[in-house]
Design a protein around this ligand. Structure first.
Ligand code: ADP
Ligand code: MG
Length: 580
């Protein structure tokens, strides 16, 4: 509820605006609403998924021209305005995917350049394709029927759309889709390990944002009443992009305020209009330097709330029973003859390994002996040059990291991977993304199945946090956690999957003696529920205390394998590694 009041206050202001009776204000406010329809969608791409799409004016232009061309009748009999707007949205969805596709392959700045290139192409086409677009002379925009044919009528219509866009994108942001987008932005590997497929998710967002942007384009043409190619300037593209940056990434309210601010700015500073590019640049610089979190960080008080005094991590193994249940038949994850070389270095050189469910399997060895590489092969990040993997009799394909969660394989990372700006609870909920059944539309409209699912997921995330001993920190932003807490948070995220196999990469690194003891007990408790745990560790005590099996690696080969008792007295291991 507390989150709602700024939106309600804005809405109240917007509804009272017609009392001014000033049609000039109607024009400005309508423009802000239209821009927001575009920015609301773009925000999911830029602010949530972290993709630098700067040329979005292209989609505004595509929408504006599509709607105008179909109502002006330059290619066929004129269509009703709303039909034309619908066609514009469909064209925008397609164009959105076309502009977006390079993001699946290119890194940030290269992608940004392609979106700019696209914007240039669109402008050139509108100029050159004269008999359809009117070329440099332009074309009249669609005229909406009554009661939208007056300044205030059209304003109310655009305001209603802006409200719907705010509501829908806020719903998405709070759903597993929104969390997955932020996960892709801040920690792609963690997202993949949780089974999030980046291409599918991004294509969905590009479709949605493209449709919104083009629809906004159609409205823009209506507002302008007449459009020419020079209405779609690079400045406008910058405005959309910067509205999101000054608003703050991962927020809905921030970019909304940013859009309003940037729409008003040239009006209140009319003499400065010629300087607008310069103004944007200066504003951007101030934001980046003075408040990197944008408006959203300024108004977010939860990130400054004091943390609980007692932050001792006390795992509660009893919570595991409901959290991950019990496994019936026990399977084996087996590696046979795995070879992986980086250039000349054989990081893994013919590795055989059997990881049984219900057991803790220690993987030890000096630095650089191939432990992390082994985990990366099992979780699909690296493709071995030889060898095979299987769970029971089912072969485990090489590569495909985002498919591992579906096979019941969860993991943590040597350096904890987290989403700093999300709460601990949200970070943990990422782990259950693949369990979601409610689709994109259901999430957007916050339909009953979506809401029920969300409740169950949050409930289970709380249980997972209780199991690892972090229940008191559920609502805290993850970037405020200490290193040891992050390690336990990652385990909670992995447990959300109800994994068959759990791989932990040096979970005890950086933990206190007391914390290591509790971690050991937690890992044992997890394995007792039938999970196969692969534990990479340097702390020999922990390994010998809790492991059923130990494999010692050296230069990518198995130096020794057996029970802790056998390994402890193994001559070569003692001389090469344990050094006692
Ligand atoms: P450990 O986790 O046992 O300390 P790693 O599995 O990280 O060791 O590394 C094993 C060997 O493979 C090291 O020699 C390391 O330098 C090399 N290696 C690991 N990952 C890569 C990579 N992505 N590119 C090149 N060499 C790598
Ligand atoms: Mg390592």
């Amino acid at each position: 509820m507390a989150r709602l009041w700024p939106f309600l206050a804005l809405l109240a202001l917007a509804l009272l605006l017609p009392l001014t009776g000033n049609e000039y204000w109607a024009l400005i406010a309508t423009r802000a609403c239209i821009y927001w329809v575009l920015v609301a969608g773009l925000n999911l791409i830029v602010g949530f998924a972290g993709q630098l799409a700067i040329g979005y004016v292209a989609l505004l232009a595509i929408g504006a021209y599509t709607a105008s061309v179909f109502t002006a009748g330059t290619v066929m009999e004129p269509l009703p305005a709303f039909v034309a707007l619908g066609i514009a949205a469909a064209a925008g969805a397609v164009a959105g995917v076309v502009v977006g596709l390079p993001a699946l392959r290119l890194r940030t700045f290269y992608f940004a350049m392609t979106t700019l290139g696209f914007a240039t192409i669109v402008t050139q086409i509108t100029l050159a394709w004269q008999d359809v677009t009117g070329g440099g002379i332009g074309i009249p925009g669609p005229a909406l029927p009554a009661p939208m044919d007056t300044a205030w009528g059209f304003y109310y219509f655009c305001l209603a759309l802006a409200v719907v866009c705010t509501w829908a994108t806020a719903n998405l942001a709070r759903s597993r889709f929104g969390r997955a987008l932020v996960a892709i932005r801040d920690s792609e590997v963690a997202a993949e390990a949780s089974g999030i497929a980046k291409p599918r998710l991004l294509v969905m967002i590009f479709l949605f944002a493209g449709a919104l942007a083009a629809f906004a384009g159609g409205l823009f043409a209506t507002l302008q009443t007449y459009i020419t190619p020079d209405a779609f300037t690079f400045d406008l593209s910058l405005l959309f992009f910067i509205a999101i940056l000054i608003g703050g990434r991962g927020s809905i309210l921030g970019p909304l305020l940013g859009t309003i601010l940037l729409t008003l700015l040239p009006e209140v500073a009319a003499p400065l209009a010629a300087w607008s590019t310069f103004l944007y640049a200066a504003l951007l610089l101030v934001i980046v330097l003075a408040m990197p979190g944008g408006i959203a960080a300024l108004i977010d008080r939860s990130s400054r709330r004091p943390l609980p005094e007692d932050r001792t991590i006390r795992p509660r193994a009893e919570a595991l029973a409901t959290l991950i249940g019990e496994r019936g038949e026990r399977a084996v994850l087996s590696l046979r003859g795995i070879v992986l070389a980086f250039g000349g270095v054989r990081a893994i050189d013919g590795l055989d390994l059997d990881l049984r469910q219900g057991e803790v399997h220690g993987l030890i060895g000096p630095n650089g002996s191939g432990k992390t590489t082994t985990l990366n092969v099992i979780s699909g990040y690296y493709r071995p040059q030889a060898g095979s993997m299987a769970i029971g009799t089912a072969e485990l394909p090489v590569g495909q990291p985002e498919g591992r969660a579906g096979r019941g394989i969860a993991r943590t990372f040597q350096t904890p991977r987290m989403i700093g700006e999300a709460t601990v609870l949200e970070n943990v909920m990422i782990g259950a993304t693949i369990e979601g059944r409610a689709g994109f539309l259901e999430a957007m409209l916050s339909l009953p199945r979506q809401r029920a699912e969300e409740r169950v997921m949050a409930e289970r995330a709380r249980l997972a946090l209780e199991a690892v001993g972090l229940a008191g920190l559920a609502g805290v932003r993850a970037d405020r956690l200490q290193h040891s807490e992050l390690r336990f948070m990652e385990i909670a995220r992995a447990l959300m999957l109800r994994p068959e196999f759990l791989m932990l990469d040096e979970p005890a690194a950086g933990l206190s003696v007391e914390e290591i003891k509790r971690l050991g007990a937690l890992i044992r408790a997890v394995s007792r529920r039938g999970v196969g745990v692969l534990l990479v560790e340097h702390h020999a005590d922990l390994i010998f205390d809790i492991c059923d099996q130990v494999t010692v690696l050296n230069l990518g080969r198995v130096l020794a394998a057996g029970t802790p008792a056998e390994i402890r007295v193994h001559k070569e291991v003692v001389s090469a590694y344990l050094g006692a």
